[in-house]
Design a protein around this ligand. Structure first.
Ligand SMILES: [Zn+2]
Length: 413
């Protein structure tokens, strides 16, 4: 049990009692002898972030092959290295990624990569939450599709080690993954009541190829296949027509908006305000570090806000509260978690920020400061599921995690 004393919440100093994994009381003055007291003078409490699209283990590829054309970058730099990855490496790379996520205030991330059991092991050890998926990507090979479908079910069948792990499925994209595997993944996701994570509508080439092959656009194809819905998360969705926007709103399909990746790969610019006005459930993701090159949701929020204003040619687009909500509550809700807000009964996933940090001064509007000015040094403490994962900027085992990471980086040199 933890008692936060005199923490700033919505502009007012409050005491907050954390019991188990929940925020159980918020009041002017709380006394509790059993709770560990945390004095929060000059600190504010905010919900932690949910990064709804990433590939955590790609950390070792940060900065490799910069500014190259996409397919030569993949062929020469990324795929040859990924082919040498072992399960043990994925565990250590994931732990290193989680260091960065925790330092920047993220307590839930949705991951799409190989060896998901190793990512789960890392998430379990580091104390945050992961929506970790088994990746379906069959390159239109029927026997591969059958094998992966069976592996998907085996993965979902194995019990998650804790309630911080949400197991789900991914189908990489319509240009790498066959219709039968998409259908099987949707069937299994429905059977196990979990999410399905897909890259969609990222580039103009994807749209044009889809029109040629299927005589419809990618989201229309996914609708025909019956894979849309409230537990489907589509990463990117930069290029949607009016019919597709309506479809995603009607089916309550979730979008993971990744503005850094969109700009860095020059794949397009989302009209975020249009999607929000249409009622689409938009969330925010960083994508992997090979196309970002950071896992910081702080920078992602700033870019989302600036991009929304620029695309709509309207200063009122991408309002600070909307941007903060897509980075917090919308993400948690997309994965069925009652978090992303500081209120009684909510899961105790939160950050404490230092109001004496130069980036947060003056404190006219804390949400605006977090989006436009803050960096990770503003975040002093991170709690997930009622337990601390970073106290006073210290994360247990950081040196050992970095040592293992450096060994892997040396191997690939
Ligand atoms: Zn991605």
């Amino acid at each position: 049990m933890f008692l936060l004393k005199k923490v700033l919440l919505n502009g007012k100093e409050q005491d907050i009692l954390i019991n188990g994994n929940q925020i159980c009381r918020i009041d002017d003055d709380i006394e509790n002898d059993e709770a560990e007291v945390i004095v929060c003078q000059n600190k504010a409490i905010l919900p932690s972030f949910c990064n709804t699209h990433t590939h955590a283990s790609m950390m070792f590829l940060r900065g490799i092959g910069e500014d190259k054309e996409l397919f030569s970058w993949l062929n020469e730099d990324i795929w040859p290295r990924e082919a040498k990855l072992t399960p043990e490496m994925i565990y250590h790379l994931s732990r290193f990624a989680l260091l960065e996520m925790i330092k920047t205030g993220t307590t839930l991330f949705a991951d799409m990569y190989f060896y998901p059991q190793e990512t789960i092991r890392a998430v379990q050890d580091m104390g945050i939450r992961g929506a970790v998926s088994f990746l379906g990507m069959d390159f239109f090979n029927a026997s591969k599709a059958q094998i992966q479908a069976a592996e998907m079910e085996t993965f979902l069948n194995q019990k998650a080690p804790s309630d911080r792990i949400i197991k789900g499925l991914s189908c990489h994209a319509i240009y790498t993954t066959s219709k039968p595997l998409f259908l099987k993944a949707k069937e299994l996701a429905t059977k196990y009541n979990t999410f399905l994570h897909i890259h969609s509508s990222e580039t103009n080439q994807e749209i044009n190829d889809c029109l040629k092959a299927h005589h419809c656009r990618p989201v229309q194809l996914l609708r025909q296949w019956g894979v849309l819905g409230g537990q489907t998360v589509l990463a990117h969705c930069l290029h949607l027509d009016e019919d597709e926007i309506r479809t995603l709103a009607e089916t309550k399909t979730v979008i993971a908006h990744c503005p850094s990746s969109a700009f860095k790969l020059n794949s397009g610019q989302m009209d975020l305000q249009k999607y929000l006005d249409a009622g689409i459930k938009v969330t925010l993701g960083t994508d992997g570090v090979s196309s970002n090159n950071s896992l910081s949701m702080l920078w992602e929020m700033k870019l989302a806000a600036l991009s929304a204003k620029n695309k709509a040619n309207n200063i009122s687009a991408g309002k600070v509260n909307d941007i903060f909500q897509i980075a917090t509550r919308n993400g948690f809700e997309a994965f069925g978690l009652n978090a992303g807000e500081i209120a009684v009964g909510k899961l105790a996933d939160f950050i404490l920020v230092d109001l004496n940090n130069v980036f947060l001064m003056p404190n006219h509007n804390l949400i605006s400061n977090m989006i436009y000015a803050a960096d990770s040094s503003c975040i002093t403490d991170v709690f997930c599921n009622g337990a601390p994962v970073m106290r006073n900027r210290i994360i247990p085992n950081e040196t050992e995690i970095k040592d293992h990471f450096n060994q892997i980086v040396s191997f690939f040199r």
